[in-house]
Design a protein around this ligand. Sequence first.
Ligand SMILES: Cc1ncc(COP(=O)(O)O)c(C=O)c1O
Length: 375
Amino acid sequence: MSEDKLLFTPGPLSTSPTVKQAMLRDVGSWDSEFIEIVERIRHKLLELAGVSQAAGYEAIPMQGSGSFGVEAAIGCSVPPEGKLLCLVNGAYGERILNMARCLQIETSVLQCAEHDTPDLEELTRRLNEDPAITNVIVVHCETTTGIVNPIADIGRIVSAAGRTYLVDAMSSFAALEIDLQADGIDYLISSANKCIQGVPGFSFILARRAALEASAGQARSLCLDLFDQWQSMETHGRFRYSPPTHSVLAFEQALAELEEEGGIPARAARYTENQRVLSEGMRQLGFRAYLPPERQSCIISTFYYPDDPQFEFQTFYDILKQRGSIIYPGKLGEVDCFRIGTIGHLFPDDMRRLLSAIEAAVVEMGLNRSLPVGS
Ligand SMILES: Cc1ncc(COP(=O)(O)O)c(C=O)c1O
């Protein structure tokens, strides 16, 4: 088998050898050993968000990728006659809108440019003027670009207006500090294979218990019935249908490694240093970043294609792949760009190796480094 490449992507991410090793076991899904692992994981997730069951919060793992968790949360939390206001500045916000439409949930959209964050005055106005809006959702780090939306400011407005607040923190949870209670978040969704550095297999939802209780019977899907999954976890400690046992084992190891590293502050510091090394190196190589530094997260960075007719993304990608690195294509509608992730089991020296490979690709493709880049 060929050697693993390093994944400079938004996930699934590169994982440590010990996380992969932890999966090499079979455990019974109804066995007390597995049930206890699930219970420990649920407690640890709440702790990472600065809350607890005693404070009125619950953690619910849900089979499937991150999108399944988002769909479970909106499909359950929006009441039958409710309306979901989606704050959209990228592809993942658009996906939420599509989910809601598919579930036949009434929606309202507050859209802004992909390099911008939502207009908070407009949000206040919408909530004041449209009493039909029951729920509001925003993506924390829009992985489309790497921009971070101000979830605490949005939370204050949504809480003051008495609406249910959902945050898609898929790519940010465990990389950026989030205080569920202080930010007034009713539902936060993330997944196993992002910044906790586990492997794919399940998403998880952290929810305020009172909001969950109010959602009983509202699910628009049997498999993605979040309330029922919670009830099953509470009564038997079980997932309702076959659990992803191997990825749960890997996740417990990943949580232990997060703690060994020094928790979220230490992980955030490593990702921040990864991103600093990357952005500085890319600037020196003549690439232009899509976002201004003040809007750039430590999670993923978007770069314009060089303004050179010789540049072809697939060739660039293939050269980097030959040198052991996988990067990510762009996801912006109008702009030619590519993305480089700085999360996962990656360290500043990995970023330096990637930069050397990028430099080699620039030479091999004959790109003119004296030309201005970007558009
Ligand atoms: C912010 C955000 N939301 C949702 C998703 C979808 O997650 P998944 O691909 O695991 O379904 C992603 C994936 O990268 C994401 O970054």
